[in-house]
Ligand binder design. Structure first.
Ligand code: 173
Length: 322
C-alpha cells in the first residue's frame, strides 16, 4: 500500500515537473512597433512575427501588442530599454535621445550581409547594448531611400520660408537648406499638411498612401537620399535569458527578414508609378544639383553625428564608406 502510494506520488511529481519544464521552455516575448499596424514599415516585422510563431512553437513566441495606438512612437526605444516590452520595431531616428549614434544608421547603405561581416553590425550592436540595453537583432530596408515631399513648388534647392515636418533623419539637411524643421511622429503628418502647419515633409519613397497623405501632397522632390532603416531590437536581459535554441529561432528569422530587402527594387518602381497616377509631380533639378544635394545631405548628417560622438561617429563613417 505504502509502496503503491509512493509510486503514484513519484508519477504525479514527474508529470507535474515535465509540464512545468515544457511550459518554462516556451517563452513569450512582448513586441511593439513604432509604425501603425499593417502599414509599410510594420508589415515585414509582422511577417517576422508570424515566422517566429510558426518556427518557434514550443520554444519562443511573440505576443504582438501593436503600434502607436498602444505606445507613442518616440517612446518605443525607452520601452525596450526598460523592458516594458521585449522586442521593438523602430528606426534609430526615434531613439536618438538615448543613442545619438543611431542617427548614423540612415547613412549606412551596405547590405546587412556585408555589415555583419565588416564590423558594422558588431559596433552598432555594442552601442545598442550600452545605450539601449538592447540586442541589435535585425536592420531592414538598407536599399530604400528617403525623399522630401512638398506642397509649394521650389525652383532651386532652397527651403527658405518653408516649414518642413521632420524627424532626426531630415533635420540637419532641412536646416542646411534654410528650412524650418517641425518634428512630429508619422501620425501627425496628415493634419500638419492639411492645416498648412507644414509645407512639406520627409518620408521614405514608399508608404505615403498608408495614411492618405497623397491627398495632401503635391510634389516629390528629387533626388532620393540616405537609406531607410527600421531595426528590430530585443531587450538585452530578455535576450540573455533565452537559451541557444530560442535565440536561433530569432536569429534565423532576423536573417530572413533582412533578406526581404530584395523586394525593395520592385516596390520603389511601383510606388513612383502610383505617385504619378495620384498626381504627385516630381521636382527635379538635374544631375548636377542632385549630386550636390546628396553630398550636402551626407556631409551635414555625418557632421552632426560626429559632433555628438566624435570617436564612434568617425568609425561609423569609415565603415559606411561614404
Ligand atoms: O519620417 C519618419 O518618421 C522617419 O524618420 C522614418 C524612418 C524610417 C522609416 C519611416 C519613417
Amino acid at each position: 500500500m505504502r509502496k503503491l502510494f509512493l509510486a503514484s506520488l513519484t508519477a504525479i511529481v514527474a508529470t507535474a515537473s515535465a509540464s512545468l519544464s515544457a511550459s518554462a521552455q516556451e517563452v513569450t516575448l512582448r513586441a511593439v512597433t513604432a509604425f501603425a499596424e499593417g502599414t509599410q514599415f510594420s508589415k515585414n516585422f509582422e511577417r517576422f512575427i508570424e515566422k517566429v510563431n510558426k518556427d518557434g512553437k514550443g520554444l519562443v513566441q511573440i505576443n504582438y501588442i501593436g503600434g502607436p495606438r498602444a505606445m507613442p512612437p518616440f517612446e518605443v526605444g525607452n520601452a525596450v530599454r526598460s523592458k516594458v516590452v521585449d522586442i521593438a520595431n523602430a528606426p534609430g531616428a526615434f531613439y536618438t535621445n538615448l543613442m545619438p549614434e543611431a542617427d548614423a544608421i540612415k547613412l549606412i547603405s551596405k547590405p546587412m550581409s556585408e555589415q555583419r561581416k565588416n564590423g558594422t553590425w558588431e559596433l552598432l550592436n555594442q552601442l545598442h547594448n550600452e545605450k539601449l540595453n538592447s540586442y541589435y537583432l535585425a536592420r531592414q530596408f538598407h536599399n530604400l531611400p528617403f525623399h522630401i515631399y512638398l506642397n509649394k513648388k521650389i525652383d532651386k534647392l532652397d527651403f527658405t520660408g518653408l516649414k518642413i515636418r521632420v524627424t532626426p533623419v531630415y533635420r540637419d539637411i532641412v536646416q542646411a537648406l534654410g528650412g524650418t524643421p517641425i518634428t512630429t511622429p508619422p501620425g501627425e503628418v496628415y493634419t500638419a499638411l492639411e492645416r498648412g502647419v507644414a509645407d512639406g515633409y520627409g518620408w521614405p519613397v514608399i508608404g505615403i498612401f498608408d495614411l492618405g497623405w497623397e491627398k495632401v501632397t503635391k510634389f516629390r522632390m528629387e533626388p532620393a537620399f540616405y537609406s531607410v532603416e527600421v531595426s528590430v531590437l530585443v531587450n538585452l536581459d530578455s535576450w540573455k535569458a533565452l537559451n541557444d535554441k530560442q535565440r536561433k529561432v530569432l536569429s534565423d528569422a532576423a536573417l530572413w527578414l533582412e533578406g526581404l530587402d530584395s523586394e525593395s527594387v520592385a516596390a520603389i518602381a511601383a510606388e513612383r508609378d502610383k505617385h504619378a497616377k495620384a498626381g504627385i509631380q516630381a521636382i527635379d533639378f538635374g544631375p548636377g544639383e542632385s549630386k550636390k544635394f546628396v553630398d550636402r545631405a551626407n556631409d551635414v548628417a555625418w557632421q552632426s553625428v560626429i559632433a555628438k560622438s566624435p570617436e564612434t561617429g568617425k568609425k561609423l563613417r569609415a565603415l559606411a564608406g561614404n
